[in-house]
Design a protein around this ligand. Structure first.
Ligand code: HT7
Ligand code: ZN
Length: 886
């Protein structure tokens, strides 16, 4: 498989100024006529005119009005090269595509009888020959022609400038996008769709048309997406002074989509999962997901579309920045400090659960990768979530105003351009008169840095000395790392839980000094002295998770309990609880392995009890504290992961807490019922989260009455959040398999299926719940794969069953006989033929295979090798398995 390197970037030999396209849409054979106005780029070392094309039929090629003979150009499976072309070129290309046979969901494809496109990253080349690279920006005019009955709606980017009848049952629509864009932002949609629409008034007074398009029957599920879109428009105006530049903005939902959504200019295409919601079918998490993805795609209009990436190595320029913007958007929408903190903790959890393992595994890569074989494999948690943390560090270092100045300068300098991560960093530095050269290492060095903190209290001098040291483990191709520029937020807690004033210089005491500060760690080791510290403090470190690092500090249990009870920084408060839990869980795993008796100490139970019943704390925050570190996180903490012992240890802690706190859980459950009309806002969702957390604990305490509670909640629930929570508790609790509950379990599962069989997104939940249940083994997964509602070809369905099992049910996935690895291999191989992008995602479930005991490793290696040697392997899957085996 050929590797592409960042260092080999060469500017394109030709620019494209305008693109005119005509589509004759037929599912079996769509005819595409393209006219490109091109001009030589005299600054480029590339002298040829290079076009990319894949899986398309070429019918005609005309250069400046003259048909090009076959000998006038070179063509292989990927490229078409014209040498010695003149400086100014009008190129006319005729191609055709079998969209109905396209199962890859990249390029032009058919879903449920409707046409959709997906052009990021390199899908446009499956539609026509084109210099399909993000630094070639052009304006597009697009004519769509199709059968009027079958495809009554014809959409593309920009503004509708003409439409009409063609006779013989066909009609047309002509669209013009006035903004220059790269080809990956091209889109068309054609089919039987209906929309919710609204005229919306921008701050400037200009009116815009907003539309959410869905299949018929789904108009009762579009309101939240529309509300989220309006909130996004307002937020970007207020927070960043960025206005919607088009007169029309459309969102279209499809149930066949490889990712979450796509930010095509003026015509965002979404996975139905991130559009459709009503209280009957969607959970609080679904509502929150819709808000953040609608926001994310909308924010791309400026960070991604108006200013785009020079090449795909710069992907985090748009993705890291846009994730940061959507995280801030959701945090701001909650509207209070605790709500913001809850959102921050949730985001950090995702980073630790997914990105930290990626950074420690065979796919570890810098936020700005240096090479790739298949760019689709680099839409990763590192590029997105760690990329967002990198942007957040500018925000932390420069402050609210400073960051805004940097953003303003970035748009002032680069509107309409395709640029690099260095350009963004330069804008941040220049707007603030700061030297951010060392900050570049966050883009170029892979791996998760570790920061070791050591504190020493000098009771005589009333000085607290904090020593910070950083180190970053070696990663593929990067043996030695240089120190990072790390913003390190911290505070010092007094015995009564209040905070000391933080004074780094000696001399007179300044009681007005700040209680929370940001230290800048730029060397391998640095020391900081805090003066006028009257007694030994409890350090509150890495507040708000101010940098994507692992913090090592030798906290005592008492210090952690103190932080959990008092820290004003909600992140550190939550973190203290997680550390207490992690410490115990890891010890218990050892006890399970050694066949020792298990026990949980009162101190821990008491610390959690206090949080659980503290009515002054936000319910959403209490739920986060009561949620133990996941099995995946525990595995990452171990030298050799042991999923079965981890599962037992975690189960034991949950059952012990349930036993010790059953009265508290019961009253929390009863106090947080949210009767009345369902509202998805953060406060109501937080109450439901705490209530359902209590319910899940109550079911760990194996007793008829608690099982009954879940059973009743299931049947009485008036919203999907409560229904799914009850079902989940019944399937996932330790008593789930006891014979007396078997019938009820089967009954609710059947009831759920019967009620929602026509709601695809709910049936995805039905598969997922079973896939993640601790009692579901490989055999049952194979059975579920034969279910009439299962289809491997639909990415959402494949994710709901197979991905969920392989990634979120570690104790069963790592069954001792290796049978689940075989299932994984079968599914990757089958998906490879249908949809290489999705296959490659699944292939990553074995990334951490070297972390397991030798016997398991051998079986995983064999499974990886079976896939690696499969005939006709896509470069997507080949890159993943070859890296895993390297
Ligand atoms: N920018 C979008 C990326 C995307 C994508 C990439 C590869 C293959 C299919 C895809 N669908 C969407 C999504 C986003 O980050 O907003
Ligand atoms: Zn994005």
């Amino acid at each position: 498989v050929k590797t592409i390197y960042r260092k080999d970037y060469v500017a394109p030999g030709y620019w494209v100024d305008t693109v005119e396209m005509g589509f004759d849409l037929h599912p079996q054979r769509t005819h595409v006529a393209t006219r490109l106005h091109m001009r030589r780029n005299h600054d480029s070392a590339e002298k040829d005119l290079i076009l990319f094309g894949e899986d398309i039929q070429l019918h005609q090629l005309r250069l400046n009005g003259v048909d090009l003979k076959r000998s006038a150009y070179q063509r292989n499976k990927e490229r078409l090269i014209i040498s010695n072309a003149p400086d100014t070129v009008v190129l006319e290309i005729e191609t055709s595509i079998a969209a109905d046979k396209n199962t890859t969901m990249s390029g032009l494809y058919v879903s449920n009888g409707n046409f959709f496109t997906q052009c990021e990253a390199e899908g446009f080349r499956k539609i026509t020959y084109f210099p399909d690279r993000p630094d070639v920006m052009a304006t597009y005019t697009v004519m769509l022609r199709a059968d009027k009955k079958q495809f009554p709606v014809l959409l593309s980017n920009g503004n509708l400038i003409e439409q009409g009848d063609l006779g013989d049952g066909r009609h047309y629509a002509k669209w013009e996008d006035p903004f220059k864009k790269p080809s990956y932002l091209f889109a068309l949609v054609a089919g039987k769709l209906v929309c919710q629409e609204e005229k919306y008034r921008l701050k400037s007074g200009r009116k815009v048309l907003l539309q959410v398009w869905v299949e018929e029957g789904n108009l009762d599920k579009t309101q939240h997406a529309m509300d989220s879109l309006k909130n996004s428009i307002r937020w970007d105006e207020e927070r960043f002074g960025l206005e919607l530049d088009l007169d029309r903005f459309m969102i279209v939902a499809t149930s066949d989509f490889n990712m979450g959504a796509m930010e095509n200019k003026g015509l965002n295409i979404f996975n139905t999962k991130y559009v459709l919601a009503n209280s009957r079918t969607a959970t609080d998490a679904d509502y929150a997901g819709i808000e953040s993805v609608v926001g994310h795609e909308y924010f791309h209009n400026w960070t991604g579309n108006r200013v785009t990436c020079r090449d795909w190595f710069q992907l985090s320029l748009k993705e890291g920045l846009t994730v940061f913007r959507d995280q801030e958007f959701s945090g701001d929408l909650v509207g209070n400090a605790t709500g913001r903190a809850v959102k921050r903790i949730e985001d950090v959890r995702i980073l630790r659960q997914h990105q930290f393992p990626e950074d420690a595994g065979p796919m570890s890569h810098p936020v700005r990768p240096d090479s790739y074989a298949e760019i689709n494999n680099f839409y990763t948690v590192t590029v997105y979530e760690k990329g967002s943390e990198v942007v957040r560090m500018y925000y932390t270092l420069l402050g609210h105003e400073g960051f805004r100045k940097g953003m303003d300068l970035y748009f002032q300098r680069h509107d309409g351009q395709a640029v690099t991560c260095d350009d963004f960093r330069a804008a941040m530095a220049d707007a603030n008169g700061r030297d951010l050269s060392q900050f570049e290492r966050w883009y170029s060095q892979a791996g998760t840095p570790r920061v070791k903190a050591d504190g020493e209290y000098d009771a005589k001098r009333h000085v607290y000395r904090l020593k910070l040291s950083q180190a970053c483990p070696a990663t593929a191709g990067q043996d030695h790392k240089l120190p990072f520029h790390i913003p390190f937020a911290m505070g010092l807690l007094q015995q009564d839980g209040s905070e000391f004033a933080l004074q780094l210089e000696s001399g007179k005491a300044h009681p007005q000094a700040p209680r929370s500060i940001i230290l800048e760690l730029t060397q391998e080791t640095q020391e900081f002295e805090f003066h006028h510290i009257e007694h030994e403090p409890t350090p509150s470190l890495l507040r708000n998770f101010s940098a994507p690092v692992i913090l090592d500090f030798d906290y005592s249990d008492a210090q952690l309990a103190h932080l959990l009870a008092h820290d004003s920084d909600a992140f550190c408060r939550w973190e203290a609880g997680q550390r207490l839990a992690m410490r115990r869980l890891l010890k218990l795993v050892k006890s399970v392995q050694n066949g020792e008796a298990l026990a949980l100490d009162d101190m821990f139970v008491e610390a959690l009890r206090k949080t659980l019943v503290d009515a002054n704390l936000d319910p959403a925050f209490r739920e986060l504290v009561m949620t133990l570190p996941s099995e995946v996180m525990l595995a990452e903490e171990m030298e050799i992961a042991d999923p079965h012992s981890i599962h037992q240890a975690r189960r034991f802690v949950r059952a012990s807490l349930a036993q010790a706190l059953k009265a508290e859980f019961l009253s929390v459950y009863q106090d947080h019922l949210t009767p009345g009309k369902y509202k998805p806002d953060a406060v109501s969702a937080g109450k439901r989260a705490l209530k359902n957390c209590a319910l899940s604990y109550l079911l760990e305490w194996s007793h008829e009455s608690t099982y009954e509670l879940a059973y009743t909640q299931y049947f009485e629930a008036e919203n999907m959040t409560d229904k799914v929570a009850a079902l989940s508790a019944m399937l996932h609790c330790s008593s789930a398999l006891q014979p007396q509950y078997q019938a009820r379990r089967a009954e609710v599962l059947q009831d759920f299926f019967d009620e929602f069989q026509h709601e695809a997104l709910v049936i995805d939940k039905w598969f997922s719940l079973q896939a993640c249940a601790p009692s579901t083994d490989v055999k049952q997964i194979r059975q579920l794969m034969k279910h009439k509602a299962f289809s491997l070809a639909n990415p959402n369905r494949a994710r709901s069953l197979i991905f969920a099992f392989c990634n979120a049910n570690p104790a069963q996935f790592h069954a001792a006989d290796g049978s689940a690895y075989e299932l994984w291999g079968d599914a990757v191989i089958a998906l490879n033929k249908l949809n290489p992008q999705v296959a490659a995602r699944l292939a990553r479930s074995l990334d951490r295979w070297t972390k397991y005991p030798v016997a398991q490793q051998e079986m995983m290696r064999a499974a990886l090798q079976r896939v690696a040697t499969t005939k006709g392997l896509s470069k997507d899957v080949a890159e993943i398995v070859n890296k895993a085996l390297a």
